[in-house]
Design a protein around this ligand. Structure first.
Ligand code: GAL
Length: 543
């Protein structure tokens, strides 16, 4: 029997093989394009359709870390103790783990910068540890060695053309300020924070153009001063959160004004705050009570800080109404929600140059009247849950809901009208050595695609996106049991080696293209070239 080669000739066979390869290439992109869609729980056929295209020029691509989670060097070179050192060293985190060494970024910061560089990042967000710079929290204790660390990190970033984005407070309050003043519940911290911020602006202001005063004050206030599961472990759910928030908002306002008065003209940087909220989705969007409940939830989380800072210097009306009425019903003579003076309102209003948003997930809200003891959550009259059929991650609270981010961005934009930096977004996996982290690639692909939709289709002014996190690190009370990194860190090895995960390469691809390359079109262009070549080959050899 004649072989195919004999029958058609070698040239024609090569042509056919090329043709088969061409058809394979046409099939491939369809698979790739479908990669980052989670199951659609609401049966909306269009919701998860990927969008291809680019972000606006100059879009900031970054990743983020925070001091206590990565630095280690907990008492190096004169650093003071923070409230997180205290909590972890007392055994308050998973398996008694601590951030004493963490990723050892105190010594390995140059390596971290190389990781960011290898991904092509334009920005890197890190935080300054207040007790490293001022061990007892006051100017009198200024620690030059601590400042030198941050100067070196900033210089290293700039050397590699990466813009530093600096958070002044990512939860690690000097322990002395907790002991002496009771932390954020005490008004004295307003001036003390201002002194600290002033030093940072003065010493780093010529090089740092994006400043964030506080990271997620909602978490500080509720988890730290409400239910006491985070440092400083204060359990006072009806009063603690409101008092702490009041001081934090004033501290932010004063630091912002200090920058405007002393540094803005010279350095021209931008100062704002990073706020966190889940997207509050009404259980039934046609039920006005559920819609109002979702809005109350958003106002009690993001609005609590954003309303005074980006609007009128005062709390949202709905918070004043809810907490005031609950307080009355509880027999109190005044609201548990503190009141700003007119002067304070004036210096707080308008103190954000951009909206820093940390966004991870979505929560379903419905109205439920809660006549209970003083409690910040009960004050909201909202029941919340995440449906069982939403996808899961390595953290109980973090169900991947990418389309919620698009809606959240629209909400923030409509509410506050400011350019938005997504200063954190990311996902955890369990504590396993997994470099082929497909679930993280799916998460990033899906979420960032929703950011693109918000930017391109909805016209939301999104200026940048920061992946949480550059590398696996100390996840607060969960210790090292939940890994959020684009890079794997071996915490058993004293050298803390970092290894790139596949998600880092995936993210670098988005950064390089500045968005999502239309796999379909790209492939069609490539495959049609193959097709023409193949046809020419076949015709040539047949003739
Ligand atoms: C944020 C926090 C980060 C990080 C992340 C993941 O709330 O700012 O420090 O822990 O959550 O849980």
């Amino acid at each position: 029997m004649m072989s195919l080669f004999e029958r058609f000739g070698c040239g024609a066979m090569v042509g056919m093989l090329v043709l088969v390869f061409t058809l394979f290439c046409c099939w491939l992109p369809v698979q790739v394009g479908a990669d980052f869609a989670y199951p659609d729980v609401f049966n909306d056929p269009d919701r998860d359709t990927p969008l291809y295209g680019k972000f606006p020029d100059g879009f900031a691509w970054g990743s983020a870390t925070s001091a206590y989670q990565v630095e280690g060097g907990w008492d190096a070179d004169g650093k003071g103790k923070s409230i997180w050192d205290t909590l972890a060293q007392a055994g308050g985190c998973a398996y008694g783990q601590t951030g004493n060494v963490a990723c050892d970024s105190y010594n390995k910061y140059a390596q971290d910068v190389q990781l960011a560089k290898a991904m092509g990042l334009t920005h890197y967000r890190f935080s300054i540890s207040w007790p490293r710079v001022m061990p007892d929290g006051t100017l009198a204790s200024l620690n030059e060695a601590g400042l030198a660390y941050y100067e070196a990190l900033v210089d290293e970033l700039l050397k590699e053309n990466i813009e530093p984005v600096v958070t002044l407070y990512h939860w690690d309050l000097p322990q002395v300020l907790q002991d002496v003043y009771g932390g954020w519940e005490n008004d004295s911290l307003v001036e003390l924070f201002n002194d600290y911020a002033d030093v940072c602006f003065e010493r780093l202001g010529s090089k740092v153009k994006l400043w964030i005063t506080f990271n997620e004050p909602y978490v500080v206030c509720w988890l730290g001063y409400g239910i006491g599961v985070f440092a400083p472990n204060i359990n006072d759910p009806g009063y603690g959160p409101y008092r702490a928030a009041h001081t934090i908002i004033k501290s932010h306002g004063m630091a912002y004004n200090t920058y405007q008065q002393k540094y803005k003209a010279q350095y021209g940087g931008q100062v704002s705050i990073t706020l966190s909220t889940d997207f509050g989705l009404p259980e039934d969007e046609n039920n006005p009570a559920h819609v109002a409940a979702a809005d109350r939830y958003m106002q009690f989380t993001a609005g609590w800080f954003a309303h005074p800072i980006f609007k009128n210097g005062d709390y949202p009306d709905v918070m004043k109404w809810q907490v005031g009425n609950k307080s009355l019903a509880q027999g109190l003579s005044e609201s548990r929600l503190p009141v700003f003076t007119e002067e304070e309102k004036q210096y707080i209003a308008g103190t954000g140059d951009f909206f820093g948003l940390n966004a991870y997930t979505t929560t379903v809200c419905k109205d439920n009247f809660r006549p209970t003891d003083p409690n910040y959550e009960d004050d909201q009259d909202v029941d919340r849950y995440q449906p069982d059929n939403w996808p899961k991650s390595g953290s109980d609270w973090l169900r991947p809901v990418p389309w919620g981010l698009r809606r959240l961005l629209n909400w923030v934009s409509q509410e506050y009208g400011k350019p938005i930096y997504i200063t954190e977004n990311g996902v955890s996996t369990a504590d396993v050595a997994e470099l082929n982290d497909t679930s993280r690639q799916t998460y990033y692909g899906a979420y960032i695609n929703e950011v693109l939709k918000a930017s391109v289709l909805d016209g939301v002014d999104v200026s940048g996106y920061f992946a949480w996190s550059l590398m696996d690190n100390f996840e607060w009370t969960s210790g090292y049991t939940q890994r959020f990194g684009l890079h794997y860190v071996d915490f058993e090895d004293p050298d803390r080696p970092r290894t790139q995960k596949d998600s880092a390469a995936f993210y670098a691809g988005l950064v390089a293209y500045n968005g999502f390359e239309e796999a379909g079109n790209g492939a069609v262009a490539v495959t049609s070239t193959y097709f023409v070549l193949a046809t020419l080959l076949i015709v040539y050899f047949l003739l």
